[in-house]
Design a protein. Structure first.
Length: 640
């Protein structure tokens, strides 16, 4: 069975209170439709067979028997939806009283009942009036003459996927049962709920779901009671939510008067990866592992079109308000790191090479912010523009405007004559525009910056970004080197947004205009001569590929350890209509080839702040031998 993805539906159908036949028909109807969509697990609300708000009717044997008949009816229906696990809520008779249960049905059978662990009896909840908890229940009960195991300490096992069940209040407990379930391997936790709505409750609930799925490194599936429940005192809004590792994958629009259904493909591979990687999770699982049993269930393999959003720009929040907050936070992290480094190094000044490109512009913005925080004059930032063989008027003028408008000290040192002398010294023909021609300029510029920093009792601020580090798109001991690399944790796709954000925040019109032009300028190292019309001739993305693709590859490879085959599949979905499959495959091969071959540059990186979940510092997140081979990964790409 393909265990990369598992298709799940959270359902809140319309109900009639105490009308088990009506409710069963609603469940059966939606299950038929979900089966056609390839759903492997369908989760319904707490007491979905009877409705939650039956109150003292739960004492009626008529209702309890009708609920059992409805369960048998749903089980019979499941024969026509083979390979799909159905979990519904129902009251079940036990020797200790009535239990509030999640009932597992699949392939024509009622397989398991899981009782609610925590029965609330406060505020609007009076559940102890009707239900017993799992501590008082025997190991098996009879449903219409059939013996069914009942236990809160049992998981469902569908191939390599384990599923745990908790009910409503269980999530709100100080120690939710789902925590123990995750410790013994449950990658999916389902919650059958009947949570009424109150002002502000939804926001708190979604934060609980995010946090629990994040702490448990799991998927969390939440299905709550909706329209048709009694409104004598409460209103139920029909919440259906599917989360994964702290992120909401799917959620419905609440307050619908019909059924609410959300479907998502949960990435089991990501969950397993994070559990392998997270030592705290493993230690906790070893220390507190409870005793639980597993119930094997046959389910259909996952196939077909993927039902989840694949973000083409995983480093960049799609929501504008979150993006604003993220940009402010990142620049603050970069700035604060630089503040501390300046103080620790007893440096009076900062030296930044200003090219008029994106990366050096962001580094300059960060330096200006750091000096403001330290209450130091920005004139102690020395910006150095170093025109070379490929410098264009556009980038040169933008560099000058930015330095002047931000109030820093400006220096201009042409590298042309010195590099020509260097060519003569090493016997290089300046008409040969090879790697020597390019790297000589980058290394000479770095030497100038380092020497100026020594002379001025300052430090050199690195400008290279995370994407360039991943690709090794830097001259070794040239722009690769600095005394503090403020951009080392920021990918290229995010650099662009940070510069754009600062342009929208500044009240200096000259600064804003120059920043916007920097954003419109093609990305280039400007190491080769301009064309006949004075325009940039050397375009980085023509050489190494689109940065938005490389950032996508980087995120999925480093953050989740995903294979080239899976990254390719996801990229084809994320960039459909933007890049062809052949183009994606071409640049995916380039990414892995360069990522492996250029590790030696990352193995000796200068210090720099981590700002996101992906970082390539050899002292932190990424440790890799410089002579590792990419053969396995490239061979897989060649089969795509």
């Amino acid at each position: 069975m393909n265990t990369d993805f598992f298709r799940i539906a959270a359902v809140s159908p319309a109900v009639n209170v105490a009308d088990c036949d009506f409710n069963a028909e609603k469940i059966i109807d939606v299950c038929h439709r979900l089966h056609k969509k390839g759903v492997q697990l369908a989760v319904f609300p707490e007491m979905s067979v009877t409705a939650y708000s039956c109150a003292d009717l739960f004492h009626s044997s008529t209702l309890l028997v009708a609920a059992e008949r409805a369960l048998m009816k749903i089980a019979q229906m499941s024969l026509s939806a083979p390979g799909m696990i159905i979990i519904v809520g129902a009251p079940l008779r036990t020797s200790a009283g009535v239990a509030n249960c999640g009932v597992v049905i699949a392939n024509g059978e009622i397989l398991l009942a899981v009782p609610k662990s925590y029965v609330p009896n406060y505020n609007e909840f009076y559940e102890c009036r009707w239900w017993t908890n799992d501590d008082n229940i025997e190991s098996a009960i009879s449903i219409q003459g059939k013996s069914v195991p009942i236990s809160a300490n049992q998981l469902i096992k569908a191939g390599d996927v384990k599923i745990g069940i908790e009910i409503c209040e269980d999530l709100w407990a100080p120690l939710p049962p789902s925590t123990n379930m995750a410790m013994v391997g449950a990658q999916i936790i389902v919650n059958l709920s009947a949570s009424n709505d109150l002002i502000g409750k939804y926001e708190y609930l979604t934060s609980l779901i995010r946090q629990q799925s994040s702490r448990c490194l799991s998927a969390y599936v939440y299905a709550s009671a909706g329209y048709g429940e009694s409104t004598t005192d409460l209103v139920f809004d029909g919440k259906t939510i599917i989360a994964e590792n702290g992120k909401i994958l799917a959620a419905n629009n609440r307050f619908n008067m019909d059924e609410n259904v959300v479907i998502a493909d949960v990435d089991i591979d990501i969950i397993n990866h994070d559990r392998r990687r997270n030592t705290t999770f493993r230690q906790c699982a070893t220390r507190w592992m409870p005793i639980m049993t597993e119930l094997p269930v046959n389910v259909n393999p996952h196939d077909g079109e993927l039902l989840r959003t694949v973000d083409p720009h995983p480093f960049v929040p799609s929501d504008s308000s979150r993006l604003d907050e993220r940009c402010r936070e990142i620049i603050s992290l970069q700035s604060l790191g630089l503040c501390r480094r300046l103080q620790a190094a007893h440096s009076n000044k900062a030296v930044v090479g200003i090219s008029g490109g994106l990366d050096s512009t962001l580094a300059l913005i960060v330096a200006a912010d750091a000096f403001d925080r330290l209450n130091r004059d920005r004139s102690d930032i020395i910006g150095v523009t170093m025109p070379g063989f490929g410098t264009t008027d556009r980038t040169y003028n933008n560099a000058l405007v930015l330095m002047k408008s931000l109030g820093i000290t400006m220096r201009e040192i042409s590298v042309v004559s010195a590099v020509k002398q260097h060519f003569s010294d090493i016997g290089h023909n300046p008409d040969v525009h090879d790697v020597t021609y390019e790297n000589a300029q980058a290394r000479y510029r770095t030497m100038l910056l380092m020497d100026i920093a020594n002379k001025e009792n300052g430090i050199v601020i690195g400008t290279g970004d995370l994407s360039e580090l991943a690709l090794g798109w830097a001259t070794y001991n040239g722009d690769h080197m600095s005394m503090y690399g403020v951009n080392a944790g920021v990918p290229k796709t995010l650099v662009r947004h940070l510069v754009g954000w600062y342009a929208s925040q500044t009240d200096n019109a000259d600064t804003a205009a120059a920043l916007r032009d920097v954003l419109d300028t093609p990305i280039s190292p400007e190491l080769l001569p301009a064309d006949s019309e004075g325009n940039i001739a050397q375009l980085t993305e023509d050489l190494v590929g689109p940065y938005e693709l490389h950032d996508f590859f980087l995120y999925h490879f480093v953050r989740y350890g995903e294979s080239p085959k899976k990254i390719f599949r996801l990229a084809c979905i994320a960039f459909e209509g933007v890049y062809s499959a052949d183009t994606i495959r071409q640049w995916l091969r380039k990414f892995f080839s360069r990522f492996f071959s250029q590790q030696f540059k990352r193995s000796c990186l200068p210090d720099g702040p981590k700002v996101g979940s992906v970082c390539l510092s050899p002292r932190g997140d990424w440790r890799m031998p410089s002579d590792a081979t990419a053969a396995l990964w490239l061979a897989e790409i060649d089969t795509l």
